[in-house]
Structure formats: structure tokens, C-alpha cells
Design a protein around this ligand. Sequence first.
Ligand code: B3K
Ligand code: ZN
Length: 880
Amino acid sequence: MRTDIPQTIYRKDYLPPAYLVETVELGFDLDPARTIVASRLTMTRNPASKQKHIELYGGELELVALRLNGRALTRRDYEINGHLMRIPNAPDEVVLEIETIISPEKNTTLNGLYVSNGNFFTQCEAEGFRNMTWFPDRPDVMARYTVMLRADKQKYPVLLSNGNLVEEGELPDGRHYAKWEDPFKKPSYLFALVAARLVCQEETFRLADGRDVLLQVWVEEGNLDKTDYAMQSLKNSIRWDEERWGLELDLDRFMIVAVGDFNMGAMENKGLNIFNTKFVLANPRVATDIDYAGIEAVVGHEYFHNWTGNRVTCRDWFQLSLKEGLTVFRDQEFSADMIGTDSGRAVTRIDQVRTLRQAQFPEDAGPMSHPVRPDSFVEINNFYTVTVYEKGAEVVRMYQTLLGREGFRKGMDLYFQRHDEQAVTCDDFRAAMADANGRDLAQFERWYSQAGTPVVKAETRYDPVKKSFEITLSQSCPATPGQPKKQPFHIPVAVGLLGAKGNDLPLTVNGKTVGSTTMVLELTKARQTFKFDGVLEEPVPSLLRDFSAPVVLDYAYTDDQLIHLFNHDSDAVNRWEAGQRLAMSRLLRLTKAVSEGGTLVLDETFIEAMRKVLLDESLDAAFREVALLLPSETLIAEQSEVVDPQAIHMARQFMRSAIGRKLQKDLIAQINANQTPGEYSPDAIAAGKRGLKNLCLAYLAAAFLNLDLAERQFDKATNMTDRFSALTSLVHGESSEAERALDTFYKDFEGEALVIDKWFALQASAPRTDVHKVRELMQHKAFNIRNPNRARSLLFSFCNGNPAQFDAPDGSGYAFWTEQVLALDKLNPQVAARLARALDRWRRYMPEQQDRMRSALEQVSASGKLSNDVREVVTKALAN
Ligand code: B3K
Ligand code: ZN
């Protein structure tokens, strides 16, 4: 851990590498305490560079030997400055041999080579490779790798790396070896090795071109009953990539390995994806519908990286969204296509919008706000954000909205044709889209360079004489750190017009009928007016259909208009959105009433709108569920002028219990109507029914009604979705059975780490759980702060998921946060920095609360020994 002032890296400073690496031969003599890493690099001077020195990066390494073209180098032959080694005056052709010693068992950062439950794993993105050996560890250095692994055969019977296994055999002293060769050039961040005691489910799978490939899912013994869904998802991903994009698996073998200690979801290492167990292991007993959906999405995501990320990679880390935004878009489309129905597709789209608003809009409005392609960073790991991922995916989606599906596919084809096996930029992607379609997408660049969430204000005017309808759109974008003024974006705004009967009106522009009842308006100026003719009645506009751009839409809808849209809009996203607007205006009013000690009332109009959608059998259960879900406390906070977390919580609880009380009969009827007896299946229809049923249960629990239903469901459930939902209702409904149920649940699943994570998370986010209770839970024998999943399940669930308690007026939550950020930072800076972001929005609170939050931030900042990761987050939070 460094204590010096962290250095900021700027995108504008990019220089091509001085040397290119042709081949990398790696040898690992694996030992938890002392692993010897030998590397042999063949390098050539890069004609595109003016620099003369070889530059290598290294972390905490013991350097044992360094030879250049056979000659041992002494300390006078190179300089080391922090993490950078320079070897001056090297010839054009170089063979560099390096030997280092590292101690994987001491590596608690889970970055580089580390030990988890006695097994070896690596994580190299973004800059973990340098924690094993000195290397030009940057994504634009792509090389061919050969890897020799040696380890004790008893303890580590399985030795895996990227590509193909070319040799294996015995060694003296009970050791063995395996040699792997990756036929493709790759950057170092895609390197991986696993040395472990694991078992696998495997299958041969035939690709579209007739080639047979070997697919494997590796897990610890005892988890083989939980690999089917990951395997099925992998096969679906391979097929889908062939069918939708014409992209085929380029290897003979593709492996997924699950590990219990992992900083994020999964990693797309070439041919050897390493996964958090959370996104591999599932059976009906231990996994919920949401877990199943997560596995499908993440298995897809990592697989799709094989083309978008691995075959075509990023020139530098500022271009991260080139691979992440695109790959999220691809996994979103995959999940939608797997459901297959229009309504299922709509629900997945609504989920994406919810995530964006819940997490990305606040990020875009806070101290860590950055463009999709950032201009600078201190610690790149802090930039694996919802902006780079989810907003990045929205940016990619907008190309498709502007160019059409076919046009977008043409752009993708051209992108691969031009850039296969290259390290490129977001501009290259945009150029491929533009050139393949003969379109000028120059202005579209601003989606990459300007941070902040644009606001699109709409004003409309109906002329009953001329039968015309005008929509005037104006755009603005709030200032963000370092960007006081913004230029207009190129924004696709999809619109439709609803008639009085709820039907879509035909659209006519300049005398020509538009072929569809939805039209994409292209807003490129600060203000533009679009005119529709032949509009025979005054319409209700349905604006930003399918959430066609990641913006805030500002339009003065009346309640009547919203109810009309909520009942009729053919665009499911806007139908849902109308309901959210109805709920939000009431939640804000209720919050104000709580703050000011006024009386709380909820109007019948709203209740009736909710009842109507609940009972509308023409709608899928999954849609009815999302339509009935209220905006979260975080979302209400984002819309409040000044955040009062306790008032927000009470207002929302009031609304939930009012729904429970007033719709009691209908909720019970829906619980009965949406049972899913028989064998469990995670498909969208069945999951949708469970989702709706369990939401009904939750509304009743919020009103402290019919808790016997939850009790019975908890005892009788045959799958985790129903069991855990019932448990949640018992805990949130403060049932006298809650404690018993929590105990039973713990005992039943004691050996299932992922289920115990749920057990912690539920308690951490329960309304009654205060900081004392969280501290008590930290003393539980199953709590372990070193395991990221466990830390997230308790600490993050409390700090991010229980605002009314975390933001307790006495500041106890912030004191706890300070302690935990500092404790985690000593072990795992990446995880610590994520937790550090819980105070990002401190400036939006009441002044006294702001003081408490600021002083917590200052306390962390004053700690001398901070990682760059946490340092960057708290410095930005405190900056003016
Ligand atoms: N590319 C990895 C994320 C790596 C995060 C490094 N801090 C997973 C993914 O997006 O697929
Ligand atoms: Zn990714």
C-alpha cells in the first residue's frame, strides 16, 4: 500500500508502447507461501513509438533475476520508480527473462494470484498481471502466451490456463505439470490460471460450422448439483452469438471456473472465465429466480466478451466502455431474446431502466460523475461503474435505435472486419457504425465525452383547427465535475400519440404517413419543434418510448393523462413509466407531509389504478409485478429537494401498507391465482407468477396482514424464491414467527455460502435493523469480512440498502461506515472503495446531517495509509 500522493492518469497523455511483445512464456511453480514466476518475453521495438526505453510495470514483487538477450542486468542497467521499471538503450529485438517470487496466500486484495479456500486463482483486469511479474501490463500490448504450471498433485489436481492443453505429466516430489497454449494474441489482463481441487461438468457441443468444442464448468466437490443452469446458459450464449451476430467460438475448449472469493461478478479471461460462485451455482433449493436470471446474464456477458473485448480489445483503460458498454448491451439483448415474447422483452427493458435510474443517474449527478469514456482517473478499478457499463450500454443501444437493427448489424460487421485482433478506441467503434451506414455520427461523440444526465423538456400544442400536434423538445445537461458547460447531444426520442380510446394514432409528418405508430425524433439542437399533421383528436403523447435515450424526460403530464397511459399505452415501458410517475408524485407529497408533521392520505384514484393493473389478466404477471413496484427510497431521495431518509422511509411504508390494506382481498386472490405447483422452472412465465405473488405477500406484510400466508409459504416452499420471499415478508412484517424462521433458515442452509449471504443481507436491510444489530451480526461465526460476498451481504446491504437506519440522525451509521471502510481498505482496496461510495450523495442532505457525513469522509481521508482506490473516492466526495 502506498502512502505517496496518488497520481492522476490522463487520456490525452496516451502514447503507444515503445516495445511490442510477440510471445510470452510463463512458468509458475505454485506454492501458497512462495510461488516462483518465470517469464520469457520476445519483444520488438514498436515502429509507431518514438520512445526508446522498455517500460515494465510491477507490483509488490521480489525480483530474483532479470536477463536481456542472455545477459544478466544489474541495478545500474535499469531504473525502478514506484511501479514502473525502465530499461534504457535496449536493442530493437529483445528477449527478456524475468524471475520473481510472490506470496499468493498473503494476497488479500484478490487482485493478481491469490488463494481461495486452498486453491489458486488469478484476477488480472485491469492491472493485476503486474502483481505476478514485471510486464508491459497495458491492454494495447497483445501477445501469444504459453504457460507451464507446476504444483503439488494431491493438493492441486487440476491445472488450468488459457487456450489449449498441450502437455501434462508427473514431476518428482509428488508434483505435476500442465502446459497450456493460447493460439490468440491477447493483452495481459486476459491471462488466467487456476490450480485447484475441483470437479467439472463437461459436454461436447457442436458449433454452427460443425466443429465440436469441449465445454466445462468447474466447481468445488459438492457443488456439482448446481452447474446445470450455467452450462445451459453457456450453450445458449454460444448459439445466440452465432445466430444474432454471426460470431463463432474460436477455441476448441471453453471453461468456466467458480470461486467463492471474488471481487466482482466474473471475468472473461480467454477460454478460462473465472466466476464468482454467485453467478454459477444454482438449483431450485438454493437459488432464486433472480439468481437464475443473473447467471444467464453473466454467463452470456463473459462469453460475449470473447469477441467484444478479447478479439477486439481496448487501446487503453479510458476506452473501457468500448468493451463493457457493448457487452452489457449484448447480454441485455441475449436475456431479452431468451424470453422471446414482446412482453417479456419489455419487462427486461424496464429492469434496465430501473437500474439506470437507481444507480447511474445518482452517479452522474454526484462527485464521481464521469463521461462514458473518462478523461482521467487515479485508480482504474474505480471506473468499473454503472456509467461505463449501463450508460455505456444505453449509448450502444442508441446506435441501434438510430440506425435500425440491420444498420447496427452492418456496423458491427464492419467493426470486426476492421479491428479483429486489435486494441482500439470508442471512436473506432463509432466510425464503423457511421461508415457502414453512410451516416454522420460526429455529434454522437458527445455521449462519450460529456458526463451528466441530459434533461429533455417537452412542450406540446394541439391545434384543433389545423389538426396538427407540435412537440417542442429542448435539452440541457447539468454541470459535472470539470465540465461546467455542455454542448447539445444527439438524442433519439421515440414518440407515439394516444387517442381518447387508448389506441395509437397514425403518424403523419409533412403530408407523409410514417409507417409505424412510433417515430424516432432526432433531437440534435438545444431546442427543436416537430410537427405531426392530420391528428384528428387531441392526443396524449407517449414520449421517450422504450426509454430510447438515457435522459430525464420533463413533461407536465396531468394525472388523467398518466392514468390514460397507464391503462393503454402500447409501449410497455411507458405504460410502466406512467405508473411510476403517479406513484412518485404521491411519494414526494407524502414525504413532505411526514417531514412537516402533516396527515398522510393516499387518494382513491391511485389505489384504483393499482387495483386495475393488479387484476388485468391480459397482462403478464411479470409486467403486473413491475407496474406495482413502488420507486425505491433511493429514487425518492434523488427526486427530493433535500433528503430526509426517515421521512422517505415512512412515506413509502405508509403507501405500501395502504396498498396492503385497501387491496387486501385482491392481493390474496392473486396469491392464490399465481401459484406455481409442480417442478420448479426458472422460465419467465413461472418466475413472473412467483414475482407477482410474492409482491402481493409483501404488500400484505407491510400492512401487517395475513402473515399466516407467509408463514405457511415459508414452511411449505419447494424453492428458494418462495422460501426467501416468505422469510422476507415475515421479517419485514415483524411477525412473531420471524426469529424462528430466521433460525430454521440458517440451520437448513448452513453449508450453502450463497444462501447464508441472503440471510445476512435480509437482516441488514430489515427496517428494524440498526447499527447495533449489524455489529452483532458481524460477531456471528459465519461473518467474514475478507470474503467479498459476505462483506457485501452485511455491510453493503446496510450502508446502501437501509437508508433510514444507516442515516440515523445520531451519526452512528457513518461512524460504522468509517470503521468498515478503513478495515476493508487494509485487506481489499477494491471492495473498500465500493463501500466508500455510500456517502457520495452527502451534499443533498439536511445541513446537520451533511456535517456528520462530511466529518466521516474527513476521518477516512485523514487516515495516512489509504489505498489509491479509497483515496480517490473520498477526495472526490470532499472536493468542491
Ligand atoms: N471485465 C470484468 C471486470 C473486471 C473488473 C476489474 N476491477 C468483468 C466484466 O465486466 O465482464
Ligand atoms: Zn464485462
